[in-house]
Ligand binder design. Structure first.
Ligand code: IPT
Length: 941
């Protein structure tokens, strides 16, 4: 009997954990289904090609700007986003979680749904992402049991996190009317793997009502095992991460150092998933992110690698890492690989500006989301090329026959201009097709395609997009400026052809209209009759094509050119209304079923063109002058303070695998000092024999510590960095010996040490040896004396509003000097130079930026010297200027934190290693557009 009951209970449990979960009865009925097969995901049975960009909400502390960035992502043609969720960002302490304000992920997922973006959620628990601890909260270092395993200590901790997050995600699934389409467990889980843990993560998700497909992102090609495609812990849609260019932004000529970048098929039961595909880079060598954007991951990289991958792999699910990188504000960043900016050389800059890479994303994104046969393709024989320097790779849709032919250089690194003739058997006949390729580029040529109401036999121009507008098919095709193009369309009878602009030759025979031209500017050809609906072919250069914006409305798509962004469009009656940004005055052209145009709330007088479009002119933004920062007040932080309320370092043991250099354990985290700076005070009674103090500290890369005796500065040393290899760990990672002045026997003495913790190690190796390395002092002893020293320490106190990562343990942080309403007492006129230690500076300024304009504002530092400055704006710690390290001099101040209409406070905590001169600090306008999004100011208290 008892056995039976147990068996029944086990069956119920198994059902609850493993079966695809049926929504609890209280939930509304599923509104959509998400299924998949080897070709693609399907929503309500309809195939989709998921073209997603990665976005980190936690790197943009302004929910209003989430909308700005998500609208820009959508406007580039993405139909999805991948979102990591950072555990550390939401949890200052075990059991304490916050999902409000800048941590309101419910709001984020609502926004994604409203904008029509599918979401792949990536809740970790481990995320890497160059975040401190790889997204693990620092308090997890005190939890016994190996992280990223099925150890009970870790399991209880991550279940707490997912216990808060999963229910939020669950209610935003496509199956419940939201837009979450897949759920990524763990992250590149390839070292020290524990299959039971992978399984538990999935069971936990299912039990919380997650019923969309579960995915994983395997590092870095299928040779890494396990791939989680089969066996215990297998996911439904295993994916692969690909970073073919590696991360050396300073190298101008890199081309696939990490391989071909073709995403492997890991299973025949699911689509090929490029879970993270390189779309930028961390700046390992501090070359500056523009070098990452231009040298390493620019448009020619995108053209070659993305198109090659699209056709060679047949992937229909993509997550481009990153679409927008953002900012390592507060103590969010991991110390080794990144600095404050996480711009990533992405298509959208940290200051939310659109780049040449954005234009390339637009050309490709519009294509892959407009041409439906791409969602279901099999490998096919590519046409033979008469010139061996050029090669083809092909796929075809088995239902429509539509072919996708990749044209590339045989030597993928070739930079030559080569011409060839393809012997191309298309669904509409066999053709000799002249093609050319100039340098590092690739083309996806399409044949046998029902392009709206037209039949495209083939074209050597690439398709950007096409849309039925006002009863006509409008298609945008493009090619490199100066290259030849041909397009062949089929008709029942000879159509009438009118070349409205540019130079295009046309000929007709045997049901085929052939257009020949050189890509140059924007040619326009109107085709009517021939037994098909009329068509307007817009044949442009790459640049002209990228000027087009496509927005979907309930009256069908509209196309726009001449604005610097189109966020959305609406057609009502005979009026088309655009939400669009404009950087400079000029002409705007709109293809829409309308006769009147409104941009924002301003009617724009228009005329109708022969192309059937509306043309008018728009004005640019008003110019902006930002105030100068003057009237600085300053205040030095004390070096010796009353420490009676500070915890005494008294522990004999630690959870950390790193053995203490001396006892008691001095590790900051063991006493709750988790982020940023930590002050230590060591009190002793002098024997007179002390000659020096020998210290050791771990700060993470680029961290330093400073030492004083009785308030007198003794100097500084570099803190230890991450031990990159496996154990044995470096036994004395951050040594420093500081000579003491002579002390009279019997006198009380205080050694003050300020240790800057640059962030916690990641847990890439899933073995605790990196992640659980301590921060702060790891050893301290007097030289020449055995006088007992009592060490006390003071660390961060979390700011409830700004979150656990906003602050460290500087006195000024604990006393609230960083807040905009800090008392003016104790502040005075700054001295000409700063002394070693911590000096705070503060000033206020008013802004009143032009309404209806988007002016991203930065704070620029022009100084140099042995100092760093923590930057607080209205209390939000927006970065660290490292004068001695570079490369970053401009720090983005997100609107919302920054009050665009009203008073602002900038507070700097300058940590000087030597006497230093600060140098100018100024506000800079990083761009200026009309448009933008409405900005909600964040509270300051
Ligand atoms: C890949 C990680 O999954 C991602 O979180 C991020 O760290 C990215 O790298 C680099 O920016 S791991 C990489 C070794 C492929």
């Amino acid at each position: 009997m008892r056995r039976m009951m147990l068996a029944a209970a086990a069956a119920v449990l198994t059902a609850a954990l493993a079966a695809p979960v049926v929504a609890p009865p209280a939930m509304a009925a599923p509104t959509h289904t998400v299924t998949y097969d080897k070709y693609s995901l399907k929503v309500d049975g309809e195939r989709i090609l998921l073209w997603g960009g990665e976005f980190h909400y936690f790197r943009l502390p302004s929910p209003s700007l989430w909308r700005d960035v998500l609208e820009k992502i959508r406007a580039a043609g993405f139909n999805g986003v991948s979102l990591y969720f950072s555990w550390a960002y939401h949890s200052p302490a075990p059991g304490v979680y916050d999902f409000t304000g800048v941590r309101d992920v419910d709001r984020l997922l609502d926004m994604a749904k409203e904008l029509g973006l599918y979401v792949v959620v990536r809740p970790g628990p481990y995320i890497n992402a160059e975040t401190s601890g790889g997204g693990f909260p620092a308090w997890l270092k005190q939890v016994p049991g190996r992280a990223r395993s099925s150890d009970p200590g870790y399991t209880a901790a991550y279940r707490e996190w997912l216990g808060h997050l999963n229910p939020i995600i669950a209610r935003h699934q496509v199956t419940r009317g939201g837009s979450v389409i897949a759920y990524n467990v763990e992250n590149e889980y390839a070292a020290n793997t524990d299959a039971q843990y992978m399984q538990d993560l999935q069971d936990t998700a299912r039990a919380a009502g997650i019923d969309v497909p579960i995915t994983h992102n395997q590092c870095c090609d299928a040779s890494w095992t396990p791939t989680w495609a089969s066996g215990l812990g297998a996911v439904q849609i295993p994916g692969v991460d690909d970073y073919p260019q590696s991360f050396e932004c300073q190298a101008p000529d890199t081309w696939g150092t990490w391989g071909e970048g073709v995403t492997e098929r890991l299973t025949d039961s699911a689509p090929v998933y490029a879970a993270e595909y390189q779309a930028g880079s961390i700046d390992l060598n501090r070359a500056g992110y523009d070098a990452c954007r231009e040298n390493l991951t620019g448009p020619s990289f995108m053209k070659y690698f993305y198109k090659n991958n699209l056709v060679a792999s047949g992937a229909t699910m993509f997550g481009f890492y990153m679409a927008y990188g953002g900012t390592n504000w507060g103590w969010l960043g991991q110390p080794n690989d990144v600095y404050t900016s996480y711009d990533y050389g992405a298509a959208i800059t940290e200051a939310r500006q659109l780049t040449d890479k954005y234009a390339e994303f637009k050309r490709q994104g519009y294509f892959v989301t407009s041409v439906a046969p791409l969602t279901k393709t099999d490998p096919a024989a590519g046409p033979a090329s008469s010139n061996p320097a050029l090669t083809t790779v092909a796929r075809a849709n088995p239902d429509t026959g539509t072919q996708f032919v990749l044209l590339r250089h045989t030597d993928r690194a070739a930079t030559t201009l080569d011409e060839s003739t393809l012997d191309w058997s298309t669904p509409d006949g066999r053709y000799s097709v002249p093609v050319s390729l100039d340098g590092r580029d690739a083309h996806v040529l399409v044949a046998g395609y029902d392009m709206g109401g037209q039949r495209l036999a083939w074209s050597t121009s690439e398709i950007m997009t096409h849309a039925r507008i006002g009863g006509r098919d409008v298609a945008v095709l493009y090619g490199r400026d100066g290259s030849a193009g041909s397009t062949v369309l089929r008709y029942r009878s000879k159509p009438s052809v009118r070349v409205l602009a540019g130079s295009v030759r046309s000929s007709y025979s045997d049901g085929e209209l052939r257009l020949d031209y050189t890509h140059h500017g924007l040619a326009r050809v109107l085709v009517s009759g021939g037994g098909r609906p009329p068509a307007l072919l817009l044949l442009g250069t790459d640049e002209e094509a990228a000027n087009f914006w496509r927005a979907d409305t309930s009256s069908g798509p509209v196309l726009v050119r001449g604005t610097s962004l189109v966020r959305s469009a609406r057609v009502s009656g005979s009026t088309v209304t655009l939400r669009a940004d404009v950087a400079s005055a000029g002409e705007v052209e709109v293809f829409a079923p309308a006769r009147r145009l409104v941009i924002g709330s301003t009617p724009v007088p228009v005329r109708t063109t022969a192309s059937g479009s509306l043309v008018g002119s728009v004005s640019g933004p008003a110019s902006v002058r930002l105030p100068r920062l003057t009237d600085w007040q300053s205040r030095a932080e004390p070096v010796v303070t009353d420490d009676r309320s500070w915890p005494v370092a008294s522990h004999a043991t630690s959870e950390s695998p790193f053995p203490p250099v001396t006892r008691p354990v001095l590790y900051a985290g063991d006493y709750g000092a988790d982020y940023g700076h930590v002050w230590y005070q060591g009190s002793f009674t002098a024997t007179g024999a002390e000659t020096a103090v020998s210290l050791n500290a771990i700060t993470g890369k680029n961290g330093v510590y400073q030492v004083w005796l009785n308030g007198r500065y003794l100097g500084w040393a570099n803190g230890g960095t991450q031990a990159d290899s496996e154990p044995p760990v470096n036994p004395r990672p951050g040594p420093g010996t500081f000579t003491l002045p002579a002390l009279a026997p019997g006198t009380p003495a205080v050694i003050s040490v300020l240790v800057g913790n640059m962030g916690h190690n990641d847990d890439w190796t899933a073995d605790d040896n990196r992640f659980k390395q301590p921060r702060g002092l790891v050893g301290a002893e007097l030289v020449g004396s055995s006088a007992p020293v009592t060490w006390r320490l003071q660390g961060n106190r979390p700011d409830r509003l700004r979150g656990p990562l906003n602050n460290g343990g500087l006195h000024g942080e604990r006393a609230g000097w960083y807040l905009p309403d800090a008392s003016a007492k104790g502040w005075g006129r700054p001295a000409a130079t700063v002394q070693p230690g911590v000096t705070w500076y503060r000033t206020e300024f008013d802004l009143d930026l032009p309404r209806g304009q988007d002016v991203p504002v930065g704070l620029r530092f022009d100084g140099a010297g042995e100092y760093r400055a923590l930057i607080f704006v209205n209390g939000w710690q927006l970065g660290q200027f490292t004068a001695n390290l570079g490369p970053q001099r401009e720090f983005v101040l997100p609107a919302g934190v920054l009050r665009e209409h009203g008073g602002n406070t900038v507070t700097l905590a300058v940590v000087a290693l030597d006497e230093a001169t600060l140098g100018p600090v100024s506000l800079v306008a990083l761009a200026n557009h009309t448009g933008g999004v409405p900005i909600e100011n964040l509270p300051t208290r």
